[in-house]
Design a protein around this ligand. Sequence first.
Ligand code: ATP
Length: 191
Amino acid sequence: MNKTGIFGGTFDPVHKGHILTAKKLVEIRKLDKLIFIPCNISPHKTDKSATAAVHRLEMLKLAVQNHPEFDFTDYEIQKGDISYTLNTLEHFSKIYNKIELVIGYDNLVSFHTWREPDKILELADLIVMKRNTDSAIKPLNKYFGKANFVETPVIDVSSTEIRARLKNNSPISDLVPPEVEKYIIENKLYL
Ligand code: ATP
């Protein structure tokens, strides 16, 4: 049966941590494709203003364009307002018959605070990628028992770090795909 991965985030900006781990994840989980979905407003980041959606989406397009196993949609951006994963899954579960929801370990730690996590798990299997924090996995909420952990490489980079580096004029070439770096420079983002 075809399996479709859904990978949501703010992607402000998308970076190699997203791309390299997701590539490995597609291979390990044997996904038909992985759909990147940039949020309009993250429920977890309503106190901070993100970069305009049009820029986040454009960078994502550039980052996924040469990877046939990746796709993206502006579904949440077009919908507007706060982007809840439950609503997105309700929509995509009408289109795809088997969905794997892909999150990083940091999001598993806070998964119990998401809107209706039990309903989310009725619509999708939960797949968790490693980040730097999870060398020893200790169950921190009941969703640890329902998660499928994948041995993706640990790429210790975050969008926060990239934004900070750009503010300080530090190089980011090793942290984002070259097309994304070019776009950031041309559009004078994160200054
Ligand atoms: P920020 O630093 O702004 O919070 P972020 O780098 O965590 O951003 P998001 O766009 O919030 O990036 O992340 C989208 C999804 O990708 C989340 O599920 C997050 O856990 C996961 N993720 C982000 N960076 C990595 C990474 N380096 N390795 C594995 N998963 C990651």
